[in-house]
Design a binder for this molecule. Sequence first.
Ligand code: PMP
Length: 404
Amino acid sequence: MSEATTGTATWRDDFSRVLSPVFGTPQLDIVRGRGSYVWDADGKQYLDLLAGIAVNALGHCHPAWVKAVSEQAATLGHISNFFTSPPQIALAEKIHEILDLPEGSAVFLSNSGAEANEAALKMARRAGGGGRPIIIAVDGAFHGRTMGALSLTAKAAYREPFAPGVPGVVHVPYGDVDALAAAINDTTAAVFIEPIQGEVGVRTHPAGYLRAARELTSAAGALLILDEVQSGIGRTGTWFAHQDPAIGEGVVPDIITSAKGLGGGMPIGATITVGTENTGLLSAGQHGTTFGGNPIACAAALAVLTTIETEGLLDRAGRLGEQLRTELAGVPGVAGVTGQGLLLGVELAGDSPDAKAVAARALEAGFIVNPVTPERLRLAPPLTITHEEIAPFLTALPDLLTHD
Ligand code: PMP
């Protein structure tokens, strides 16, 4: 493991002197990236099978992304949200196009997934007009770490140290139609669901669940909000996870939230209201952010979306994902594979080392994977990754899953 020096101290000493310890000791100091690979300060190469947790959709420093960011930085860096800029409008238009949004749909741009969900939460509260204080989220959900998004996040360990959260948030068991039906009533403003739950181990819902959620929310006059921050932007083989018929079940949500892969490495979030009925969920002056719609972030996002098209990455994510699923499922020590496309959970057999130990060994061997739960590894590689690049990981995996 790298212990590169910065001045007289190792970077680890340096880190603990100046950075908050919230993420624990970082395992690596990454200094450079290109395509599916990154390098540490010692020049050791790693295959990045996580891509910033589904962020670097085009891999690292893709020429189209670098060009868009650098040209925009040389043209116009920041402008306040009293004004618009061409990249902002072009990005909003592109989002309308890829989602085939109906008339009246509207895009609010922010800087992260948590912010995209905060905006959605405010929209739901406002839509409720005071008479609908309740927001329903589901067990296993992860919606971010700011107070509102955190209140929707299910994991008690994340929420409890900061209690009380936003009032009115109720969690129901995931995938349970009866529990959802019992919880929804005319005090419900919205239901938040991730079409694929990332942080709990890449979990998909039982067939019929999203359709039932749509029917129940529509019948109760509540909003259905899909958080596609992790699962969106091509990862499943469709632009957004809910556009995959098996995942989305033909459902049209009221609000979609996006971030991560959208900027391909630049911070950006989007809260997308669908259709005229939802256009005015926030009106002028009711919400805002200094950097939301920043031209450089928008230019980066536009480059991500257009490159996904020009390089045929949706199709590729779908096909490569299918192939990977089959290959991973055949590896001794793998008990099963969850997810869709290039967002996969690899369930380790009971006699394997735990996922954290496997991920640490993988890092030693030059592969970045994420121990998303004690029994599961998460893979979310760049959409540009090739099978040839992944092959050495597949070859190494049986050894990584064996006890010493
Ligand atoms: N929603 C989902 C589904 C996520 O996976 C995440 C990040 N893991 C977030 C929201 C929060 O995004 P951010 O870290 O950009 O605030």
